[in-house]
Design a protein around this ligand. Structure first.
Ligand code: DON
Length: 477
């Protein structure tokens, strides 16, 4: 079947094929041994489906696109705080191979060579424990991690590795400068060797798109189902890719394209639309920033033609509330006496149902709960139906549970219809979720038992529970 998406991608490639400006990188001689007209484009969407066009299976070396991946390994192993002591997160506004550090003698960010060499050094043991076998072992771990992100076994391009090692004087200057400041806790030659190897890993645009989709999915590779790193790491990657990924072309890129991205002198660009998709594009001719000319143009088209700019956001709050209604017209459900049924028929409007939909973020939860607050004086029971909720942000989950407690405290009852256990299971996950400690989630909300009170799997159960509450309220009056 000829999908619309394939049609769009073919059209965009046809528009960009004529772009032949720029030059193939040759400061690493082996990089020049490519077809300058090579051009591949891949899109990997949230569930792992891949759209592949042109030279999408042609292998090239990942080069600087490796930098966010090694950075992800370092922060996964050592945590943001420790890595931030060694590498800044500020855009440098300089070329990728600038020999510079910030006023704390740190590389300004992990996307420039200085930051990447430092990040590679963080994967290695102290200088006293380094030998040739160590670097090979750690590179094996790097290859495993990159392969997990791509969803297939990646390999090293030995010829490019040898060529880069033989011509790496500028990187050696950077590495020895860092070592002279005491910034490296390991042997500088070992860090440089690991860095040359990571840059020489072969990828295709399908691999880049899969890596991008893994980042878009908070570290979960949608093609293999494997969790490679956590949401907190993904958030950090997207941040530094947005501000630093395209070097001294970053400002124009965020304005005109608006996708967290990373380029490489091998001719690749990896771009990510958070929560939605990954893009891989390849064409070896580079602009003055070291970014693929056709690659930048292709991403610009994707952003404008398909509306992929990350700030082109839906108004979450508007789409969250699907419908609001009371039980007028809904027959009394429970096994009650005639007298009780007669009473319940008089107060159907005291039970209000709020059906929510979509991914529940802060904005959506805020608008839903403000509506609940407005209606509170007119109701005794609020049933919040979340069967159409997809992903629920931790803060949105906490807001729901806190609102439930507030209603209870005001003599009303809040009930949830949660057939997929989106809230219940997530309460347990809160305990282990790396983000939870930063949310200052009230301890008792964390302590909730998964069998939360007044949380039901069906609307009928919730309505019967609401009727029981009304009858009890009447008997207590
Ligand atoms: O260190 C270098 O110069 C190369 N291995 C990588 C540079 C690079 O990819 C810059 N990005 N566009």
């Amino acid at each position: 079947m000829f999908s619309h998406v394939d049609g769009y991608l073919r059209h965009i490639m046809a528009d960009c094929t004529g772009k032949r400006s720029g030059n193939v990188a040759d400061y690493i001689p082996e990089l020049a041994a490519v077809d300058p007209d090579g051009y591949g484009l891949s899109l990997c969407v949230h569930d792992g489906h891949m759209y592949s066009h042109g030279d999408s299976s042609v292998e090239f070396t990942i080069q600087s696109i490796s930098k966010p991946l090694t950075y992800a390994m370092a922060i996964s192993r050592l945590g943001n705080a420790m890595v931030d002591e060694k590498i800044g997160v500020e855009p440098s506004g300089e070329a990728f191979n600038e020999i510079s550090v910030d006023d704390r003698r740190r590389p300004k960010n992990p996307m420039i060579n200085a930051g990447a060499i430092l990040a590679a050094s963080l994967l290695l043991p102290p200088v006293t424990e380094i030998d040739e076998a160590t670097v090979t072992k750690v590179f094996g771990e790097v290859l495993d991690f990159y392969s997990a992100c791509a969803g297939r076994r990646l390999t090293l391009d030995e010829a490019v590795y040898a060529s880069e090692k033989a011509t790496g004087s500028r990187n050696r200057a950077i590495g020895y400068m860092l070592d002279s400041f005491g910034a490296l806790d390991t042997n500088p030659d070992a860090a440089l060797d690991l860095y040359y190897r990571q840059c020489s890993i072969r990828v295709t645009t399908d691999d880049l798109a899969a890596i991008g989709s893994t980042i878009a999915n908070g570290g979960l590779n949608p093609r293999t189902g494997r969790m490679v790193f956590n949401q907190e790491v993904a958030q950090r990657l997207l941040s530094v890719m947005t501000t630093c990924g395209m070097y001294d072309g970053a400002g124009d890129w965020v304005t005109g394209v608006g996708l967290p991205a990373k380029s490489g002198v091998g001719g690749g660009i990896l771009a990510v639309l958070p929560g939605q998709l990954g893009i891989g594009v390849y064409s070896p001719r580079l602009d003055e920033h070291g970014n693929s000319v056709r690659g930048v143009e292709t991403c610009r088209h994707l952003s404008t033609d398909l509306g992929l700019h990350m700030f082109n956001v839906t108004r979450e709050s508007r789409v969250t509330i699907r419908s609001v209604y009371d039980l007028d017209g809904v027959e009394v459900s429970g096994d009650w006496t005639e007298l009780e049924r007669g009473f319940l028929r008089t107060c159907r409007d005291r039970v209000r149902v709020y059906e929510l939909q979509g991914d529940l973020t802060f904005a959506g939860a805020e608008s839903a709960l403000r509506r609940l607050e407005t209606d509170m004086d007119d109701l005794s029971v609020a049933i919040v139906e979340i069967s159409r909720i997809g992903v629920i942000d931790p803060v949105a989950r906490t807001m729901l549970l806190s609102a439930k407690r507030t209603l209870d405290e005001r003599g009303r009852k809040a009930m949830l219809v949660d057939p997929d256990n989106v809230v219940r299971t997530s309460v347990k996950r809160h305990r282990n979720d790396a983000i939870a400690p930063n949310l200052n989630v009230p301890e008792d909300l964390l302590g909730f038992d998964p069998t939360l009170p007044h949380v039901h799997s069906t609307m009928d159960e919730a309505i019967e529970d609401a009727e029981a509450f009304l009858l009890k309220q009447q008997s207590d009056a």
